[in-house]
Design a protein around this ligand. Structure first.
Ligand code: CP
Ligand code: NVA
Length: 326
């Protein structure tokens, strides 16, 4: 089995896809695909044996929590779940102190936080890799799984047209970074005042990203290969729910929109979905939806990230060829 080695990723944080080179982005996808294929064929190397991560959650999660945990188990490692209720960071003790404890026990930390600054503070103090499991600014692991899904679906990434319609939030910002690396054309449609982060956008455009920001979601969907949406009311924005529901009127994706896509066009959503808001339930369960493939690929994408950042030995061909005992 031939796998890409990205020695440069070892021991690094993954807070943003913008911190990666384009080669590193593709190495993560290719590693994930190789591990996925291997797992299906019964090639199950215990690349993270005796390796432990801490998982810190300030917010709820189904997919991120489950898939990091399962990925660690399937790679022969272990994860420790820490919710804010357990550790009370920033209240019971400082983030710096939490970092200097955890780094003595674990090989990496995955954290889901409200403020992105909490993550950067954690990463600054912890001398083990810190992985962004979603912040209010970015959701890089989601987009790795999504581009893995696109690669499987289309057999290529370069030149795809991706339409993101809805809130210019964490998922949207990571779309900007992923499209930049993938060579995809990104059309974002959002109401005024809900644009993607200006700094993320400017930095990606400076690196050659082709990103348009429109106000008409149906225009964004015209001829697109991918129609992607996310909730209008992200975790932490609940108090703005009513205002947001009014502002995003007209952004509810239904199967009727799919006729406007390219002939091979697909529908994507990172989940959870708020049916009747950003999309209808029949859009998610439509034959053009790959939503549950995305969810499945969260597991394989986490494996790629964990192995590249944490594995003591990267994917030597002989390790992949050996049949593990999991
Ligand atoms: N898409 C995603 O990150 O799901 P969770 O919030 O359930 O982890
Ligand atoms: N934008 C959503 C993504 C959930 C995975 C949120 O932040 O709640």
């Amino acid at each position: 089995m031939d796998v890409p080695l990205a020695d440069s990723l070892r021991g690094r944080d993954l807070l943003s896809l913008a911190d990666l080179t384009t080669d590193e982005f593709h190495a993560l996808l290719d590693t994930s695909l190789t591990l996925k294929q291997g797992w299906r064929e019964g090639v199950r190397p215990r690349l993270l044996e005796h390796t432990t991560i801490a998982m810190i959650f300030e917010k709820q999660s189904l997919r991120t929590r489950s898939t990091f945990d399962i990925a660690m188990y399937q790679l022969g490692g272990h994860s420790v779940l820490l919710s804010q209720n357990y550790i009370g960071w920033g209240v019971r003790e400082t983030i710096r102190d939490v970092a200097h404890n955890l780094e003595r026990w674990v090989d990496g930390i995955m954290a889901r936080t409200y403020g992105h600054a909490t993550l950067t503070e954690l990463a600054e103090h912890a001398d083990v890799p810190v992985i962004n499991g979603l912040s209010d600014l970015l959701h890089p692991c989601q987009l790795l799984a999504d581009y893995l899904t696109l690669k499987e679906t289309f057999g290529r990434l370069d030149g795809l047209t991706v339409a993101f319609v809805g809130d210019g939030n964490n998922v949207c910002n990571s779309h900007v970074n992923a499209a930049m690396h993938a060579g995809a054309r990104l059309r974002i449609a959002c109401p005024e005042g809900f644009d993607p982060d200006a700094e993320v956008l400017a930095a990606a455009r400076a690196r050659g990203a082709e990103v348009e920001v429109l106000r008409d979601p149906r225009e964004a969907a015209q001829g697109a290969d991918v129609l992607y949406t996310d909730v209008w009311i992200s975790m932490g924005h609940e108090e703005e729910a009513e205002r947001r529901r009014r502002t995003f009127a007209g952004y509810t994706v239904t199967p009727e929109w799919f006729a406007d896509l390219s002939p091979q066009g697909i529908f994507m959503h990172d989940l959870p979905a708020h049916y009747g808001e950003e999309c209808s339930e029949d859009a998610v369960y439509h034959e053009r939806s790959v939503v549950f493939d995305q969810a499945e690929n969260r597991l394989h994408a986490q494996k790629g990230v964990l192995v590249q950042l944490l594995a003591p030995q990267l994917l030597a061909p002989q390790l992949l060829a050996s049949r593990g005992t999991t």
